[in-house]
Design a protein around this ligand. Structure first.
Ligand code: B12
Length: 302
């Protein structure tokens, strides 16, 4: 059969079929040559069914703790053999396992291992699963242990700064020429918790929106200035600290007044859940659950 008669899949379709992110697929191809996609007439990568099968085997094997650098050298039959051999072995690197490994490494001050487990989780899990099944439980547990005195401040910082750095890299890996509307991300003055905001920015970037990540602790006027300059449709804020909740409505008022009528403010984060909806200025809405963010992005895209 001519190779052009066969079913061929785009990188997005392969990502959906294998559960690997587009970034992971590209990185695995570039660094390890795990599969060699062909190019269609417009130069885009296209994959055959055998590539999809191989990538699935590779994903399963990496989830069981085998390094991709070594797996890349194995043929499909060897990969299947390896998976059968390990069929009854516990899945130490499953989503829950990653959080445990990162915590254990932080507890023992093993920074490199903390980083390695996080990198692996990012490479293997799609963003939504990474956030809900690994990072949120991990950070909650870090906070609880620190509160109980079971984790030193330096250990808590090791985890949160490693997560911060890697989420920044993930966000940077998204296409800067994205076509959908502009969304500006920031937190208001005094609010340094930004990891949830970064996760929301990654979700938006992965959906093709142009994201402008300004980071934490910015005056409302500065956020508004930037949003006006880029013609943002949305300003997304994160509110976590309860002690700052009293100042938030007034700051939102300043922000909303400085933005054009075409810009809406979305407020997420655990503190946002506690804001009185009736005290919010027009044009500001609380986004309470990840599904609500998805639904709002669907509406914006439409
Ligand atoms: C990491 C961390 C820090 C780091 C933050 C690092 C960083 N770069 O972000 C640092 C060390 C800076 C820090 C400092 C402090 N922290 Co702190 N911190 C945490 C910790 C451990 C994790 C927070 C986190 O990132 N959670 C994970 C994210 C994913 O959860 P999330 O923010 O809720 O986000 C999710 C959703 O809400 C949503 N979301 C969030 N934002 C947005 C935005 C939009 C637009 C959308 C759509 C969705 C969305 O998406 C996420 C995924 O679903 C928590 C512990 C905990 N139990 O949460 C304490 C915690 C938040 N911190 C706390 C405190 C008290 C402090 C300090 C005052 C401590 C001190 N004495 O210095 C300072 C205050 C600093 C400041 N001025 O802001 C308290 C807050 C209590 C409260 N509710 O007011 C907590 C709960 C710890 C505790 N148990 O006491 N902290």
């Amino acid at each position: 059969m001519d190779e052009y008669d066969r079913a061929m899949y785009s990188i997005k379709a392969v990502s959906q079929a294998t559960g690997l992110t587009v970034e992971t697929l590209r990185a695995w191809e570039r660094r390890y040559g795990v599969v060699v996609p062909r190019r269609d007439v417009s130069g885009r990568r296209v994959y055959g069914p055998e590539d999809v099968l191989r990538l699935r085997l590779l994903r399963e094997a990496t989830e069981r703790g085998h390094p991709i650098g070594r797996l890349a050298r194995l043929g499909d039959a060897e990969l299947s053999g390896l998976l059968e051999e390990n069929a009854s072995a516990p899945r130490a690197a499953g989503p829950g396992g990653f959080a445990g490994r990162i915590l254990d490494a932080a507890r023992d001050f093993r920074a490199a291992e903390c980083e390695q487990a996080l990198t692996l989780a990012i490479a293997l899990l799609p963003p939504a699963q990474l956030f809900t099944e690994v990072l949120q439980p991990l950070l909650r547990e870090v906070g609880d242990r620190w509160h109980r005195g079971d984790l030193a401040i330096s250990q808590e910082r090791l985890v949160s700064s490693t997560v911060r750095r890697h989420l920044g890299l993930v966000l940077d890996s998204y296409d800067r020429t994205a076509r959908r509307q502009d969304i500006v991300f920031a937190t208001l003055p005094g609010e340094r918790h930004e990891l949830g905001l970064l996760m929301a920015a990654i979700v938006c970037a992965s959906r093709g929106f142009r994201t402008h990540y300004l980071g934490p602790d910015l005056p409302a006027e500065e956020i508004a200035l930037f949003a006006r300059e880029v013609g943002a449709s949305i300003v997304a804020l994160s509110v976590v600290l309860q002690e700052r909740l009293g100042d938030v409505p007034a700051e939102l008022g300043t922000l909303a007044a400085s933005l054009g009528p075409g810009t809406t403010v979305w407020i997420g984060g655990s503190g946002a859940q506690l804001l009185d909806k009736d005290a919010l200025p027009p044009g500001c809405v609380c986004v309470r659950a990840p599904l609500e963010l998805d639904r709002r992005l669907d509406m914006l895209a439409a």
